[in-house]
Design a protein around this ligand. Sequence first.
Ligand code: SF4
Length: 464
Amino acid sequence: MKINSPLQAYEHLPKTNCGDCGEPTCMAFASHLIDRSRNVGDCPPLTGVEFKDNYDTLTDLLAPEIREVTIGTGDHAITIGGDDVLYRHKLTFFNKTAFAYEVCDTMDEDELVSQVNKIQNFSKFYIGDFLTLDAVAVRCLSGDADQFANAVRTVMETTDLPLILCSLDATVLDAALEVASSRRPLIYAATTDNWREVAGLVLTYHVPVVLSAPGDLDTLKSLALTFASIGIRDLVLDPGTSPTEGLRDSFENFLKIRRAGIEGQTDIAYPLMAVPMTAWAELDGVSAAYWESVLVSIFTIRYGDIMIMHSTEPYSLLPELHIRDTVYTDPRKPVMVDSGVFEIGSPSRNSPVFITTNFALTYYTVESDISSNDIDCHLCVVDTDGIGVEAAVAGGQLTAGKIKEAFDSAGFDVREKTDHGTVILPGLAARLQGDVEDATGLDVMIGPPDSGRIPQWLESKWEK
Ligand code: SF4
């Protein structure tokens, strides 16, 4: 992005404050362009003939430093790249790293279908969302074009997930693209040996392509310049992923390319591919799975935009998905849920009323600890700007006034709805007990400091 302030974006808007974009003023719209929550095309007047130059200029000024590349079609399409910063805290990272898991054309059909289903059906609920896998990488191990095309066809019949077609043989890739080009797969890879043939395929089928030159940045840059010169810009760069001795060099190559791209070297400002499954070439069993996950962690943090992995065991997937989710959480937006008073189970007039905050991780932990133990209750979620209990008490976001406000705005009168007129504060908010009693006129009990202990706490303390 070549501009970074709303005022700079505002200069290119119609400045009529017409409101057609849904924002009250052009300046408000400009601020959303800068934080990327709105697009230039969301301003209807800007898409007309009168403002065509402004539209083109603004589109160019707002384009991310790292080119965005889309793989796949429809609801499952993934977009990678699109970053503007080297460090997440300076803005945020956009377009989370896409995780692809491999299958190969030497699997028999049942095994192939089973593995693809495992990839597409994996789902883990985590703080209000489902963590899932993004793509299937189909590798040609047979060397046979027909066998590879058949395997690709089987994968396509099994899943709508985006595909990566992996072979260094252009003839093999051609056969697979005849089957799969309508799904806009990513093809892997063009090298110094096959780049002419692969470039021909890209021009014929209009698909994105990986350029691969392991450990050789000059060659990688040269390939990128060559492809760009013939009009191919949907590129992904693979600088090589060495699992053991060469890991330091691999890591430094990722840093060098991304730094140069962010600092304005447009000829290599493309998304990067890491291939953590190289761990399986040097190791096996648990060691390989362990090092594969280590590589995923390293290159999720710095600066892999798409990766290919082998292990789909939960002990591999869970750490990989969790670190990605953490790195791609927007640091500008607290992870929070709606405030209010919610029923869990089927609460009666004697059921307890717990209080917690709207920090998503806190809420889902408390909710899960309560519902998984079949406890019927009301849960009052206080708006603390997405901050957890202990920090919110210290920072003044969780106060007696805020708690009273949460009950009032939910229209939940504790004395009217229960026979006990009691609320239960989290143990970490014990110091608010007197203030809450004064502000609400309710009885206040102090619950456990950890919601995992709520069942035992209820057994010993809740006699109402
Ligand atoms: S639609 Fe365009 S011109 Fe109208 S207020 Fe929004 S940004 Fe301004």
